[in-house]
Write a protein of this length. Structure first.
Length: 428
């Protein structure tokens, strides 16, 4: 009964356009009312919302969000695009490859798919259109490649998964995301190559070694952030939370050195960051409360029993979980989805012998696909908004790239070493 109330009330609330954070909170209260009285129910949910954010690990998220906003305004995207163009611009459909590689690099540094879609899209959309690419194809490439930054560390969503899973190592998750993220980018590039030959998109000029080296050194200070952050975490120099504050300081120094940011512009960046942070942290707080309600009502245990009773074949169970997550990703943003469904599905995965780190990568990659699909694909909305087009026009060129992301997901599921090799190499 409690499962039905939780799911039904949440779907109804989202369906009548109640903001998702409030839908999560109200559904949690309604479910808890079946077990306890009214005042204790409201009091308990309030306490869980407040205490859920009392986590040292969660402090990393506001800092990484701020760092991403500083990068977005600090000239970093422009330098990464020029470096990417020098490397892959001569391939058939060169600017599509430039978009993908630049989005991978910027998304990884910023730790945000939305920031990557906005920053790279604002630079690349008009340029691609001028050189003969359709606007809609440029958006499709931009939004799908932007999601790779959620797999390539540092990534806020891996920190959230670590919290929801009960303490899976953030360092291990960061390392686990490298190969799947790069694999996804390479598959998208392969599809872009085939699409470019089919549509006759232009090929750029081959860059000289001198130009490649110059653009590399221009982008090097930005790329060094990845080494500093990941190297510091893996080497035990600082925690993920401390690394996030280092990222903010480093990005501030870099943005002022590039002379792309001043104190007047910094004020705007800080205000925008506070707005994003507030929304994300409210979602996290409400989702933590819902996770507690589900645990109190034994919902994860019931779902685990149901899935294990459906089949004892690990492959069948993991496919079923992924189909559910693909459906969930269409209607729910990634942060609440990770916080709500990790406590439900992780015990099932562990019971099937799947490593929690591997499952985390599978889950994040799966939900990345949802970021590119309507009606709640937040990255898709950003890409469409930046390019000033419509979702309906983007769907057709998006489909081949969408299939590419599904192929990447299947490969990561079938071959666990793609996720686990680097963490095992570094002793996690």
């Amino acid at each position: 009964m409690e499962i039905f109330v939780l799911i039904f009330s949440f779907i109804v609330l989202v369906g009548i356009r109640v903001p998702i954070a409030w839908s999560i909170g109200i559904a949690s209260v309604l479910t808890l009312l079946f077990s306890v009285d009214t005042i204790p129910a409201f009091t308990t949910i309030s306490q869980r919302v407040a205490t859920g954010l009392d986590s040292f690990s969660l402090l990393a998220i506001p800092f990484f969000i701020l760092a991403g906003h500083i990068m977005n305004s600090g000239g970093i995207a422009k330098r990464l695009i020029e470096f990417a163009k020098s490397l892959v611009g001569a391939l058939p459909g060169g600017l599509a490859h430039v978009n993908i590689v630049a989005a991978m690099m910027f998304g990884a540094i910023a730790g945000s798919a939305g920031a990557a879609a906005a920053a790279i899209g604002s630079f690349m959309s008009e340029r691609m259109e001028k050189e003969g690419y359709t606007k809609e194809y440029g958006v499709a490439v931009n939004v799908t490649s932007a999601t790779t930054g959620l797999l390539i560390p540092p990534s806020n969503i891996f920190i959230i998964y670590s919290l929801a899973s009960g303490g899976v190592s953030i360092g291990a998750l960061f390392l686990a995301g490298y190969l799947p993220g790069i694999l996804t980018g390479l598959i998208l590039m392969a599809i872009a190559l085939v699409w470019a030959k089919k549509k006759g998109f232009p090929t750029g000029k081959r860059s000289s070694l001198k130009h490649i080296m110059r653009s590399f050194f221009d982008a090097l200070p930005s790329l060094l952030l990845l080494i500093i952050i990941i190297g510091g975490i893996v080497g035990g120099i600082f925690t993920a939370t401390e690394a996030s504050s280092v990222a903010v300081v480093y990005c501030l120094i870099l943005a002022f050195l590039y002379k792309e940011l001043n104190f007047s512009k910094l004020k705007t960046v800080l205000v925008e960051s506070v707005g994003t942070i507030s929304l994300v942290m409210l979602l996290i707080a409400m989702s933590i409360a819902m996770s507690w309600v589900m645990s109190y009502e034994n919902i994860p245990q019931e779902v685990t029993s149901a899935l294990l009773g459906f089949s004892d074949n690990p492959f069948v169970v993991i496919i079923l979980i992924n189909l559910i997550l693909l459906f969930v990703g269409i209607f729910m943003d990634m942060t609440p989805a990770v916080l709500i469904f990790t406590p439900i599905f992780l015990p099932v995965a562990v019971a099937m012998g799947i490593d929690p780190v591997h499952f985390g990568v599978i889950m994040i990659l799966n939900l990345c696909i949802g970021l590119c699909t309507p009606p709640v694909g937040s990255v898709l909305f950003i890409g469409v908004g930046v390019a000033n087009t419509t979702i309906q026009k983007v769907v057709k060129p998006l489909l081949p790239l969408f299939v590419g992301m599904l192929i990447s997901l299947i490969l990561v599921i079938i071959f666990p070493f793609l996720s686990l090799w680097l963490p095992e190499l570094f002793g996690f």
